[in-house]
Design a binder for this molecule. Structure first.
Ligand SMILES: CCCCCCC[C@@H](O)CC(=O)SCCNC(=O)CCNC(=O)[C@H](O)C(C)(C)COP(=O)(O)OP(=O)(O)OC[C@H]1O[C@@H](n2cnc3c(N)ncnc32)[C@H](O)[C@@H]1OP(=O)(O)O
Length: 719
């Protein structure tokens, strides 16, 4: 491998008359650098001056064929040292701030002079020499800076308060130089050496002292100063042929208040102190930007309502605006005629898209601390929580406006090593107390595994792989760049989906789409293809979120029909990556009803060929939400001369036929087929409409909101 060379480069090493500085100077010179050997020639306490130390090292370098010039100035006169470099070699490329002295005293005995002289030599010296070189670095778009710190600074050391302070000051200086210099290819790093030198003689035990040869640190410094070294803004601890990066870490901490409007007391701090000081899950503190991002993400959490054990936002009211906003959030569009019913509140069949029923459960979870509490002995924040899997089952159709209440129960916590999966059951009730939806949400909490918990869950609804054949159908749909920005307005305000800083913290280059938004896309595809986009046919959905989706990506949903179950898998067209796997939608399908309501005898002649079932009543018009409550259909046998000879009710959920009303009537052993692929939307089971019959046509009194044409309807009861 090629030798690291410094030919043509000019290096200043301060305090290079002995010890570490000398070792650096010799090695730089041996690699072709022109070296300014700076040394004031003072003792270790900074007393006296002499040209001897610098001259000796220059001679040593020259004797080996190297290039060097002596400099005897104090580092406090940094510009003079840089001038020596310019006078002798015409440029400056590297500054190694190594000069230092000691004035050790216990803190109580440190005089102003002890304090000042230490700060002058270490801190001000590094400032002056580096600042004098800085304009040259910038002009030539190249420079390397080393400052010398000490474990006494980073860790503190008895009797060295002045020295510790200056040494830690140097870390701050280098960190800022690294940031300011970055755009001009100027790198600055800190070396934390433990070496046998004038400074450590008499302090370190003789055995150790003998092993800590400056020559065993010099290669680390020389590498850090090479043009091919990318390291910048780091602290490198090195001694005795060992080197390691030193970094400051931050614990995951905790919020001390719940909402942005809250204040908190010293007692709150006391009660949460163990969380404040918990270092179980630390992250490197990184750059000031990252630290600011961390703070901003905490603020985002506060704004969106931090997890709170006391008040879970389990109540959720919505009206037509929420219904429409959700539909837009999952990609419903007026460009699809049949989508208008989700987007226009005065549409004759205004409907709630069925997966809307996920929203109350999501909001309840996000505003509770169920997930946080479920993870044993782990601190984590929202940036680690990914939606892992979802199951939704509609237990009773939801209307387009309602007030709901959701109850959450953590049913399992699974240890996946890389993360913890928290499984939460959520039951949602309407204002009458009727159970309307069952959701099961599984959160994948990255980095919260390995707590010794079970590896599998028997509570989680299993996802299902599709049949081993080519998909029966595929549907392609593009998400908008702004899809997450829209979807979040339905209630999942997680900053992961909108705040670029937060998403970087969470490990994503840009904000990712809500899993539930992609799920909405997939369910739309299924309803378009297999349910004539009829929301009332939706029964349940299950899916695993296998990979994140980026807003703007195109989603392709492959579908397989097996009875009333539609298996699906969704992938991103641009990357060909599967993002939703193991998915299925269960439908209340016409096909399913046909199977149960088997035709006995077609008797179409008995009916008007253009028989129209039309509805609804004034009552329904004034409260369209009633329409969603319908779960049965009345069936009529009508003779050619216009008599209604019998009336039955078909329960669309069970497929059972009753004479009269489904609830009050007698179960009838008969078979009926609705011989049409269109849906029977006119389902009047609960509404007891007033019917009038006119010449082979059924009409409803009142205003017509909904009409469904049946091409043929045959009924033959076996009473
Ligand atoms: C309660 C609900 C949350 C609250 C409300 C929601 C808040 C929302 O704002 C949050 C969101 O919408 S986030 C966006 C949607 N989700 C995503 O994008 C996650 C995509 N998935 C992934 O990246 C990976 O699957 C990933 C990273 C999750 C796992 O991938 P890997 O680390 O590569 O894991 P892998 O090696 O494949 O598997 C390890 C074990 O974990 C199981 N597993 C994998 N993916 C899972 C997932 N998505 N859900 C549940 N379990 C999952 C694997 O089966 C495996 O277990 P085992 O070893 O037993 O087989």
């Amino acid at each position: 491998m090629a030798e690291l060379r410094f030919d043509g480069r000019v290096v200043i090493v301060t305090g290079a008359g002995a010890g570490l500085g000398r070792a650096y100077a010799l090695l730089f010179a041996a690699r072709g650098a022109s070296v300014v050997v700076n040394d004031l020639g003072s003792g270790k306490a900074g007393d006296g001056t002499s040209t001897k130390a610098a001259d000796t090292v220059v001679q040593e370098i020259k004797a080996k064929g190297g290039i060097a010039a002596p400099d005897y100035n104090s580092v406090v006169d940094g510009e003079k040292i840089v001038q020596t470099a310019l006078d002798n070699f015409g440029r400056i490329d590297v500054v190694v701030n190594n000069a230092g002295i000691l004035r050790d005293r216990s803190f109580a005995r440190i005089s102003n002079n002890d304090w000042d002289i230490i700060h002058d030599v270490h801190l001000k010296g590094a400032f002056k020499v580096t600042q004098a070189a800085w304009p040259h670095f910038r002009k030539q778009n190249y420079g390397r800076v080393i400052v010398t710190s000490s474990n006494a600074g980073i860790l503190g050391n008895f009797g060295q308060a002045n020295y510790s302070a200056a040494k830690m000051g140097l870390v701050g200086l280098s960190n800022t130089l690294a940031i300011e210099g970055r755009k001009n290819n100027i790198h600055s790093n800190v070396i934390v050496p433990t070496a046998a030198s004038r400074l450590t003689e008499g302090i370190l035990p003789p055995d150790l002292f003998n092993e800590l040869k400056p020559e065993l640190i010099a290669p680390v410094v020389v590498w850090l100063c090479h043009e091919s070294c990318e390291e910048n803004g780091s602290i490198i601890d090195s001694s005795a042929g060992y080197a390691a990066k030193v970094q400051i870490f931050r614990g995951s901490g905790t919020l001390l208040r719940q909402k942005i409007t809250d204040s908190f007391t010293p007692e709150d701090v006391r009660d949460k102190w163990s969380k404040v000081t918990d270092m179980t899950n630390p992250t490197p503190s990184g750059s000031i930007e990252e630290s600011t991002f961390a703070l901003m993400s905490q603020l985002d959490l506060l704004k969106s309502g931090a997890p709170s054990s006391s008040e879970a936002a389990d109540e959720f009211s919505y009206g037509f605006k929420e219904a429409i906003l959700y539909a837009i959030g999952i990609g419903s569009s007026v460009s699809v005629t049949s989508d208008l019913k989700y987007l226009f509140e005065s549409h004759e069949n205004f409907s709630l898209f069925p997966t809307f029923a996920i929203i109350p459960a999501t909001i309840a979870i996000l505003s509770s601390d169920h997930i946080a509490k479920a993870i044993p002995n782990k601190n984590f924040d929202l940036s680690q929580v990914l939606h892992g899997e979802q199951y939704l089952e509609i237990l009773s159709p939801l209307s387009t406006e309602s007030k709901l209440k959701t109850e959450l129960t953590v049913v399992d916590v699974v240890d996946k090593g890389k993360g913890a999966v928290v499984v939460v059951d959520a039951y949602t009730y309407d204002s009458s107390g009727e159970k309307v939806a069952y959701n099961q949400l599984a959160a994948f909490v990255v980095g919260a595994g390995n707590f010794g918990g079970p590896k599998q869950s028997n509570k989680i609804k299993e996802f299902q792989n599709p049949p081993a054949r080519s998909p029966d159908h595929s549907f392609v749909d593009k998400t908008l760049i702004d899809q997450a920005a829209i979807y979040r307005l339905s209630g999942d305000l997680n900053p992961l989906h909108i705040d670029p800083n937060f998403s970087i913290l969470a490990g994503h280059k840009i904000p990712i789409l809500h899993g539930l938004c992609s799920l909405g896309y997939a369910v739309r595809s299924v309803l378009y293809k297999y349910a004539d986009n009829d929301p009332s046919l939706f029964k349940a959905v299950k899916v695993r979120f296998a990979k994140p989706v980026i807003p703007g990506q195109t989603l392709k949903t492959d579908m397989w029909k097996v009875g009333s179950r539609i298996f699906f898998q969704t992938s991103v067209v641009e990357t060909k990556q599967a993002v939703l796997t193991g998915g299925y939608v269960d439908l209340h399908s016409v096909q399913e009803s046909s199977a149960k309501l088997q035709l006995n005898r077609i008797n179409a002649e008995e009916l008007s060929s253009d028989l129209v079932f039309a509805g609804m009543l004034d009552r329904v018009k004034s409260d369209p939400s009633l329409l969603k409550k319908i779960n049965g259909v009345f069936l009529y046998n009508i003779t050619k001369d216009g008599k209604v000879v019998s009336t039955w009710t078909a329960d669309l959920k069970t497929g059972e036929i009753y004479k009269g009303n489904a609830k009050k009537g007698t179960k009838v052993d008969t078979t009926i087929t609705i011989d049409d692929s269109d849906m029977v939307d006119l389902a009047l089971g609960k509404l007891n409409p007033q019917l009038a019959f006119v010449k082979g046509k059924l009409k409803l009194k009142g205003n017509i909101l909904l009409a469904q044409k049946l091409k043929s309807l045959s009924v033959e009861p076996k009473l």
